[in-house]
Design a protein around this ligand. Structure first.
Ligand SMILES: [Zn+2]
Ligand SMILES: [Zn+2]
Length: 289
């Protein structure tokens, strides 16, 4: 009887230790991995970037040229998750906006951030009609805004420098929403289709451009990525979003040469498919699949 009781308490102890292990594993898993994910989707000729902060706040910056973005979101979000906290439209060109219209139709969006510039296309009108219909709050981006995604993660808005509300700039790329994602000590500069004009204005503004990742402006076109700008960002990684065999010749050799001159590890969605990075708060690392 005594022996039985001794064995009993030993088994009970083993069971207790195992249960504690399971509980700690569950706590760790539930709290998330404390890693931020940033994925530049292989979306064809366009831009679409998905961010999941370490507390699971989700951001989609641009939606690419088609409903291909829906399959991409399905590949990175759980099937039961039908909401995205923040959608950023960098500018209303179809290769950034068309896919977002499909996203608006199928997901609950917490808030939309855009430049406020006027743009007279049927798609842009549809975009605004849908935002109104679904009562989605719209914020107009201005340099200096900081959007807190978590206590340790923020999206800093670097441009536009001035209000474009009600204005139609001759080049809508000059009204770009450029942002810098910062998670603790790691950062990524997300330029949309910003061209030299904005790159020089950013340099002159004195804002801290230094980032671990540079999402190269305007699909690697020669309109963007001046050496002074690259020197100020001084990234470890560059990502170019461009479609396979696109008719614009993106990215240009000139841009690739500039990035090579600075020894930046450069990835292209037309060659590397989805380009994913993860950060533990200290630095970004590329996720290899
Ligand atoms: Zn574009
Ligand atoms: Zn554009």
């Amino acid at each position: 009887m005594k022996n039985l009781r001794t064995y009993g308490s030993v088994y009970f102890l083993i069971l207790l230790v195992a249960a504690a292990g399971v509980i700690w594993y569950a706590v760790f898993t539930l709290e998330g991995s404390h890693h931020l994910r940033l994925i530049v989707f292989d979306i064809g000729q366009g831009d679409s970037i998905f961010i999941q902060a370490e507390n699971d706040t989700q951001v989609l910056i641009d939606g690419g040229p088609s409903n291909a973005v829906l399959a991409k979101l399905g590949s990175v979000m759980p099937f039961w998750d039908r909401s995205i906290d923040l959608v950023v439209l960098t500018h209303p060109h179809a290769d950034h906006m068309a896919g977002l219209i499909e996203v608006l139709k199928r997901y609950d969006i917490g808030m939309v951030l855009e430049s406020g510039a006027d743009y007279s296309t049927a798609e842009y009108r549809e975009w605004h009609a849908l935002l109104e219909q679904k009562h989605i709050p719209i914020a107009v981006a201005r340099a200096g805004q900081k959007i807190h995604l978590s206590p340790k993660t923020e999206l800093d808005i670097l441009t536009p420098f001035e209000s474009f509300i009600g204005k139609s700039p001759s080049n809508v790329h000059d009204a770009m929403v450029v942002s810098k994602l910062i998670y603790a000590s790691s950062s990524a500069l997300l330029t949309g289709d910003a061209e030299k004009y904005l790159e020089y204005r950013l340099l002159l503004s004195g804002v801290d451009l230094k980032s671990d990742i540079l999402k190269v402006g305007h699909h690697g076109s020669k309109t963007s990525t001046v050496p002074d700008f690259v020197a100020a960002v001084a990234p470890e990684y560059a990502v170019i979003s461009a479609g396979r065999k696109n008719r614009y010749g993106h990215p240009t050799q000139q841009t690739l040469d500039t990035l090579a001159k600075f020894n930046i590890k450069t990835f292209r969605t037309d060659q590397n498919r989805d380009v994913e990075f993860t950060s533990d708060g200290s630095k970004f690392e590329r996720v290899l699949k």
